[in-house]
Every structure is written in structure tokens, then in C-alpha cells.
Design a protein around this ligand. Structure first.
Ligand SMILES: NC(=O)c1ccc[n+]([C@@H]2O[C@H](COP(=O)([O-])OP(=O)(O)OC[C@H]3O[C@@H](n4cnc5c(N)ncnc54)[C@H](OP(=O)(O)O)[C@@H]3O)[C@@H](O)[C@H]2O)c1
Length: 331
């Protein structure tokens, strides 16, 4: 079968990606073939294409970790799905494609009332934030949460999940536009980044401390976060959008009696089938009850894949960006 997909042949840069026609292999017994409607784009796609991701796949590969679509074929051993089911899947790469094969363990049925574009973007952002904040960070009503990089893909999902649990959310972002996006997802308090420096940015808040800090930025933001953590607070290490990794001062961790938690959703989700499904079902439940709306992505046709990837790389994007195929357009 011939399909169009995006392919990375070397680790030079995202510029060396190409969109072209390829054959797709036969299904193995536990796999589903999904006719992709939408595929979320994540920071990890950019890092993987540049050979900088923790879990970089071997070359050549097709980026794309999260898709929504319709089941087109099932392997001989697959029990829980039928052809034509509407699904959401966490892929082992390969999502920037018209069709993708996915192990059925990492597929859930899509809620009928959840549109394909929202569904494609729930797996990584909302799965990550649900796992980080609810399972690991143990947020509770009234907690004061500071979200760094709050207008980004995982940042907005963190805002929504915290608000769904009754927390007070302070969002940090680098422009008024980005901050108003955070407000539309429920942030209670907005802080504009000053000189990419956390201490300067938070100075107007006085001696405020936070029960939970959700750090997507890394570098000096992580180091400085320890000054703003409440006694027995939780610092969630989510990612390194700044490209820098901090060396933490362990004396501050002791003095604050705080927890520093490393969160890595992908391998966790892949290694633990039931919990993965619990997390995604938890996200579905919040959506079903109207407690979260899921971030509406900005959509790009799959052939136009480079534009959104550059926007993310150049820090121009707001919220989630997503690719769609012709199958999505036709519906
Ligand atoms: N732990 C996990 O399992 C997991 C899951 C998903 C993503 N991540 C990681 O989390 C991080 C954020 O992912 P995302 O999808 O939310 O990315 P994104 O949509 O591109 O957002 C990243 C945000 O970081 C901020 N930022 C601050 N300094 C930056 C810099 N020097 N360069 C670029 N951005 C900078 C930007 O906001 P401002 O301009 O407002 O500062 C931007 O909105 C990435 O490192 C990603 O790999 C981790």
C-alpha cells in the first residue's frame, strides 16, 4: 500500500524532512492500522528530528507520537477493536502520515463528542499533565500552582487540569498574547516573563511561595524555582524548552523539605498499559464532565508540516499545533 508520510533521513535539522510516498508494511498480530485524521505536533518531534531527544528513534523515521483516526485494519490477535472504530493512539513515532500502525495496547476509543482535532492532542499534553499533577504531584483543591512556559502545549493542559481540581494557578509567559491565552484556559494570575529570569519576573508578587511548580523550561528557571517553593512543596521537572539543564542546589531541597519529581510520560505510558489507560480515561472523564475543554490546536495540512515545526522551534507557537490529512478534511 502506498501512502504519503513525512520522513527524516538524517539528524541535521527539521529542514531535511521530506514529504513523499512510501510503502507500508504488513500488520503484525497485535497491531491496528489507523487511517490518520489528525496528528499532534510536540516539542519531542523537533528534538528527535535533530537527534537531541532522550528517546531518539533510529534513522530513517517518521515523527509524530499522537494521532486520532479510524481503524482501517486489525491484526489477527486484536480483540478490543473493530474496523471503523474512532480511536486515539500514542504511537511509537510514525504519526506524520496518512496511515500508521500502532500496537493496540496504546490505543483507546475516542469519545463520540470529542472532535478528531482535540482528540489527537490529548494524549501527550493532557496525558503528561494528568500524570504529573494528579498521580505524581498530588495536587489538591486550594493548592497554589505556578506553571512555567504556561502558554505552550503542556502548559495550557496543566492550567486546565489544575483548575479542574480547584487549584489557584499562576501562569508565566513571555508576551501579553500568550498570557491572554493562559487566561482563556482558566489561569487566575498572569505573570509576564522579564529578561528570561524567574526571580525578576516574580518580584512583583512579593514573597509568594507555591505548593507546586510545573517547570517546562529548565535551566535557571529550575534553579530559581527552589526559592519559590512552599515548605513540603513539589517541583515537577517537565522539560527543558530553554535547551538548558539545571544543576540543583540540594541544600535548598533540604531546607524547603520539598520533593523534586522527574516526569517522563512517554516511557511511563508505554511501560504500563493499565495505568496509561487510566490516565487517558481520567482525561476523557474530565472532558465528559465539562471540567476541561482541551486546547483547540492550530491546524496545518500534513504537506505543510514544516511551518508549524519551525513555529515551535522558534518559540512563535501558542498552544498546540496539529497536522491533518485529507481524511480529516473530507469529514
Ligand atoms: N515530561 C514529559 O513527559 C514531557 C511531555 C511533553 C513535553 N515535554 C517537554 O516539555 C517542554 C515543553 O513542551 P511543549 O510541548 O509545551 O512545548 P511548546 O508548546 O513549544 O512550549 C514551550 C514553552 O516554553 C517557553 N520557553 C521558555 N524559554 C524558552 C526557550 N528558550 N525556547 C523555547 N521555548 C521557551 C515558551 O514560552 P514563553 O515564550 O512564554 O517563555 C514556550 O511556550 C519541552 O521540553 C518538551 O520536550 C515533556
Amino acid at each position: 500500500m502506498k501512502i504519503n508520510l513525512v520522513k527524516q533521513n538524517d539528524f541535521n535539522s527539521i529542514e531535511s524532512l521530506e514529504f513523499s510516498e512510501h510503502d507500508i508494511d504488513d500488520l503484525s498480530e497485535n497491531e491496528l492500522l489507523i487511517n490518520v485524521h489528525c496528528c499532534g505536533i510536540s516539542f519531542a518531534d523537533i528534538l528527535a528530528c535533530e537527534g537531541k531527544y532522550q528517546d531518539t528513534p533510529p534513522l530513517p523515521f517518521t515523527p509524530g507520537l499522537e494521532v486520532s483516526g479510524i481503524v482501517e485494519a486489525i491484526g489477527s490477535n486484536v480483540k478490543d477493536f473493530n474496523v471503523n472504530d474512532e480511536v486515539v493512539a500514542l504511537c511509537n513515532w510514525g504519526g506524520f502520515s496518512e496511515k500508521v500502525k500502532v500496537d493496540s495496547k496504546f490505543v483507546v476509543k475516542k469519545l463520540k463528542k470529542m472532535p478528531f482535532d482535540l482528540a489527537a492532542c490529548m494524549t501527550i499534553n493532557y496525558g503528561t499533565s494528568y500524570y504529573a499533577l494528579i498521580d505524581r504531584g498530588k495536587i489538591k483543591p486550594g493548592d497554589k500552582v505556578l506553571v512555567l512556559g504556561a502558554s505552550g502545549g503542556i502548559g495550557l493542559s496543566a492550567i486546565e487540569i489544575c483548575k479542574a481540581r480547584g487549584c489557584h494557578v499562576t501562569a508565566l509567559a513571555s508576551s501579553e498574547n500568550k498570557l491572554s491565552e493562559c487566561k482563556s484556559y482558566g489561569a487566575d494570575e498572569l505573570v509576564l516573563t522579564k529578561n528570561d529570569n524567574l526571580k525578576e519576573s516574580l518580584a512583583p508578587l512579593g514573597r509568594r511561595k507555591f505548593d507546586v511548580i510545573y517547570d517546562t523550561v529548565g535551566g535557571s528557571y529550575t534553579t530559581d524555582s527552589l526559592s519559590f517553593i512552599e515548605w513540603e512543596g513539589r517541583l515537577l521537572i517537565m522539560g527543558f524548552a530553554s535547551g538548558d539543564i539545571s544543576s540543583l542546589q540540594t541544600n535548598k531541597i533540604l531546607l524547603k523539605g520539598c520533593d523534586v519529581l522527574g516526569i517522563f510520560w512517554g516511557p511511563f505510558a508505554r511501560g504500563n498499559k493499565h495505568f496509561n489507560l487510566d490516565v487517558l480515561n481520567g482525561v476523557n472523564d474530565l472532558f465528559n464532565k465539562g471540567l476541561i475543554k482541551l486546547s483547540k490546536p492550530t491546524m496545518f495540512h500534513i504537506a505543510d508540516f514544516l511551518r508549524p515545526m519551525k513555529e515551535i522551534k522558534e518559540r512563535q507557537s501558542i498552544g498546540k499545533l496539529c497536522l491533518y490529512t485529507d481524511s480529516f478534511k473530507r469529514r
